[in-house]
Design a protein around this ligand. Structure first.
Ligand SMILES: Cc1cc2nc3c(=O)[nH]c(=O)nc-3n(C[C@H](O)[C@H](O)[C@H](O)COP(=O)(O)O)c2cc1C
Length: 341
């Protein structure tokens, strides 16, 4: 249906609401996913809906966050500034030691020292420099989360793949894809990662639009040497798990995979930042995945630090605006919406 006939159709449906029947209103309804353009990605997704693999409650759980729209930094600072100024900040860590009761110290086993030293190297990094990642370093990072170390054979059950990270039912439903932009000996492009063989296969070109558009408008996405995207195979998961907690399990599993990758990266002096601010539908289209069989859930960006930049991810102008808001601001209030964390 053309925009003009969509306008006419809306006037028929809602007589007397001329505001709805304008081109601008139609574009807004399309952007919000209330109207669906024929042959668009969303239209294809909707047509595949009856191929849905999960029971409806599980699917509703996974759908609830699919169309989050992330703010740009200029809007985010308005909302966050207002929050900081107008609402008490909750305690960001718990120190329960002030209630007069006695607590018993646990101590830390010295045998954990080595692993703690490595954990201590991980810090989210958002200022990536131009130094490329070494291919083997990237291979190690990806393998630490998705690599298959061995197999478990138990009577009457499938042969289970075992990774460095736990997986519900050992179903191993995650595949990693890579947007490689600055990796030595690896041509820029989109790669699928084979965790069994620690190999990558180039499956396409990087998009021409800035990658930040796919990751909540965050500038670091344009500068990272590589971004790993974790995609879950809903169909495989539903083979065994179909109840609403199946989706929780996937989110938790993606966190385990990402954490191993980030700690491994830190051990190799590579910086990383995770994000759930992913344009799921956009990335799935880019990677050639078919929702609702497969879905993008989480992503981790990697690269070497640019030591000449501040670790504060706010730009100078955003910081100046935050100062303004915190000191005095009588301007119009903006509604609080979802922001990348
Ligand atoms: C689920 C999740 C999502 C996150 N999303 C973002 C994000 O979109 N952008 C970002 O810059 N950091 C993101 N972070 C990183 C947190 O901001 C960061 O972990 C936190 O500030 C603590 O800093 P640290 O990672 O250096 O310990 C995310 C972390 C988690 C666990």
């Amino acid at each position: 249906m053309s925009t003009a006939s969509a306008c006419a159709h809306l006037s028929d449906l809602f007589p007397g609401t001329s505001a709805l029947a304008s081109k601008a209103a139609v574009s807004q309804l399309i952007e919000a996913g209330i109207l669906v353009e024929l042959s668009s990605n969303l239209d294809h997704q909707e047509n595949r809906f009856d191929e849905c693999v999960w029971q409806s409650e599980t699917m509703a759980h996974s759908l609830a966050t699919r169309r989050v729209r992330w703010m740009a930094e200029e809007s985010e600072v308005e909302a966050f500034g207002e929050l900081l100024r107008e609402q008490a900040i909750p305690a960001l860590w718990n120190d329960l030691d002030d209630d007069g009761t006695s607590w018993q110290p646990f101590g830390v086993d010295l045998a954990a020292r080595k692993v703690f030293q490595i954990f201590g190297l991980r810090r989210s990094l958002r200022q990536f420099g131009s130094k490329p990642l070494a291919r083997e370093a990237l291979g190690a990072v990806l393998s630490s989360g998705l690599g298959i170390q061995g197999f478990l054979q138990l009577p009457f059950r499938p042969t289970y793949p075992l990774r460095f990270t736990p997986s519900p039912g050992a179903l191993n439903v995650f595949t990693g894809y890579l947007l490689a932009h600055n990796v030595l000996d690896i041509r820029s492009g989109i790669y699928a990662f084979n965790g069994f063989r620690n190999q990558g296969k180039r499956i396409g070109e990087l998009p021409t639009a800035p990658l930040s558009t796919l990751f909540g408008n965050q500038q670091w996405a344009n500068e990272a040497a590589a971004i790993c995207i974790l995609c879950a195979d809903y169909q495989k998961m539903s083979w065994k798990y179909n109840d609403p907690s199946a989706f929780n399990s996937l989110l938790i599993e993606s966190g385990h995979i990402a954490q191993n990758m980030m700690v491994c990266a830190a051990a190799l002096s590579i910086g990383s930042v995770p994000t759930n601010a992913v344009d799921q539908a956009g990335l799935e289209q880019l990677l050639g995945l078919t929702f609702p069989h497969q879905a993008v859930l989480y992503a981790i960006a990697f690269g070497h630090e640019d030591p000449h930049r501040s670790r504060d991810h706010y730009s100078a102008s955003t910081l100046a605006r935050l100062r303004e808001i915190m000191e005095v601001d009588d301007g119009a209030k903006s509604p609080v919406r979802t922001t990348p964390c």
